[in-house]
Design a protein. Structure first.
Length: 66
């Protein structure tokens, strides 16, 4: 599935589910946004480790665990 297919016009719920499935096929780490915390992300490693942090320039800087 291409990213264009993932984001094709559909309901918001279908797009979220397609994007989640697409991201699961991509190499790690994955990054997820944190609702209500602008600029804060969760880095998800292949072993399932989740690290809360933010990017400073092009470097991910941990600020804690989630």
């Amino acid at each position: 599935m291409s990213l264009e297919e993932v984001l094709a016009p559909r309901s918001a719920k279908e797009r979220r589910e397609s994007l989640r499935a697409f991201m699961a096929t991509q190499p790690f780490p994955h990054f997820e946004g944190v609702p209500g915390k602008k600029g804060v992300l969760v880095k998800v490693d292949a072993d399932g480790t989740r690290t809360l942090g933010r990017f400073v320039g092009r470097d991910f800087r941990p600020i804690g665990k989630k």
